[in-house]
Structures are given as structure tokens and as C-alpha cells.
Design a protein around this ligand. Structure first.
Ligand code: SAH
Length: 212
């Protein structure tokens, strides 16, 4: 069997056993996870592990999130397809691709230039035209394109950054890991006067690096 068809089969199994059977049911999310070739987002020597049930190192001390967590976070945003979404922590660009499959525009911010450049190269080669890249401190968001319908953060701050909430539309949702030693995924909904928080599941993410 060719390497590509092996990866296709592994990807189908990943979606079925790691994602759908664990309760992710949003058809758009499942379809996106079936389409995005995860093995192209991990370092060459880790391709064989790309569809495993775990995060993997991507260099610069960072990791590509576990497939289930990518699916879970994406589903939590309840996306329909017309949204403009802000992503903090481009990393490998894998989560970026999953979002870009579903929504209209993705604005993605990464602190480490080498990771942003690598992700951009992969995503451009795959033909995505609805992704906008920025290198910088994601804690500040990307105010020039705000407000966003949704925000997805894939590195953990100690508490919810108000600057990011302010860049959401009223009624918009943000999914974000929060905490230091112990982290939880939090679903934030922007309200007229502030925001509501709903705690989802326990998680482990790299820290959101504080620059200033
Ligand atoms: N979704 C990515 C996850 C990458 S890990 C993937 O699946 O590949 C989290 C990323 O957040 C890392 O690339 C890290 O460099 C980045 N990061 C950490 N602190 C940041 C900050 N303050 N601003 C922007 N990106 C940050």
C-alpha cells in the first residue's frame, strides 16, 4: 500500500476511534478532521506517529495538540461556516487548517517566527487562501481585524485575558485553556457587560508566554 493511502486509513481510524466515539458529533468538525493531512504538520521523523492519540513535539519547545483536543475545542465554538475566527498559537498550523476548512476567515497569531513561517509554508502549499498570519504576542489579539465571531487559544494563560474577550462580538465564544499547574478548558461567552465562563474539561497545554 502507498504511504498516502496508509495515512488516509490512519486518519479515518483517528476520526472514528479517537474523536467520534468519544462524543464529538459536529459533522463539520468530523469532516474537517478527515480532510486535513495531519502528517504534513509534524516533523518529518514523526510522520508515522502523526495519527496517534497524543500531542507531539514540533520544535522550539512547542507541541501539536492531541487530535481529540483539536476536535473538542473546535466543536465547542459551534461554528456554522460564515465566521471570522481569531486563533492564538499557530504552532504547527494544524488547528489553523481545521478551522480554515470550516469558517470563512482565520486570523492566526504566533509568537515564534520560525513556527509561523513553517506553518504558513505548509498551509500555502495545501492551497488555503482564507488564513492570515501574524507574528507577535497573541495575548494582545489582533485588534485591527476585531471583532471576531470566535476565538480559539491553544496555549494556557493563568487567567482569561480581557484583551481577547474585548475582541469578540457580543454573543461570540472563546475556547481557552486556563491555569498553571492544573488547567481547564474554559468556554467564554462575551456579554453586553462582560463575559460568562463555563468550565469544560481538564487539559494540559504549553503556557501562553508573557512577553511584556
Ligand atoms: N494549535 C497548535 C498548538 C501549538 S502549541 C498546534 O496544534 O500545532 C501553542 C503555541 O502557542 C506554540 O506554538 C507557542 O509558540 C505559541 N505561543 C505561546 N505563547 C504565545 C503568545 N504569547 N503569543 C502567541 N503565540 C504564543
Amino acid at each position: 500500500m502507498s504511504q498516502d493511502s496508509t495515512f488516509d486509513r490512519e486518519r479515518k481510524d483517528m476520526v472514528e476511534y479517537q474523536i467520534r466515539r468519544r462524543g464529538v458529533s459536529d459533522k463539520k468538525v468530523l469532516k474537517a478532521m478527515l480532510r486535513v493531512p495531519r502528517h504534513l504538520f509534524v516533523p518529518e521523523q514523526m510522520k508515522e506517529l502523526a495519527y496517534g492519540d497524543e500531542p507531539l513535539p514540533i520544535g522550539e519547545g512547542q507541541t501539536i495538540s492531541q487530535p481529540y483536543i483539536v476536535a473538542y475545542m473546535t466543536e465547542a465554538l459551534k461554528l456554522h461556516g460564515r465566521e471570522r475566527v481569531l486563533e492564538i498559537g499557530t504552532g504547527s498550523g494544524y488547528q489553523t487548517a481545521v478551522l480554515a476548512e470550516i469558517v470563512k476567515e482565520v486570523y492566526t497569531v504566533e509568537l515564534i517566527p520560525e513556527l509561523s513561517d513553517r506553518a504558513r509554508a505548509v498551509l500555502e502549499k495545501l492551497g488555503y487562501q482564507n488564513i492570515h498570519f501574524r507574528v507577535g504576542d497573541g495575548t494582545l489579539g489582533w485588534p485591527e481585524h476585531a471583532p471576531y465571531d470566535a476565538v480559539l487559544v491553544s496555549a494556557a494563560p493563568a487567567s482569561v485575558p480581557p484583551t481577547l474577550v474585548e475582541q469578540l462580538k457580543v454573543g461570540g465564544k472563546m475556547v481557552i485553556p486556563v491555569g498553571t499547574d492544573f488547567q481547564e478548558l474554559v468556554l467564554v461567552t462575551r456579554t453586553e457587560t462582560g463575559w460568562d465562563e463555563q468550565r469544560l474539561i481538564g487539559v494540559r497545554f504549553v503556557p501562553l508566554i508573557t512577553v511584556h
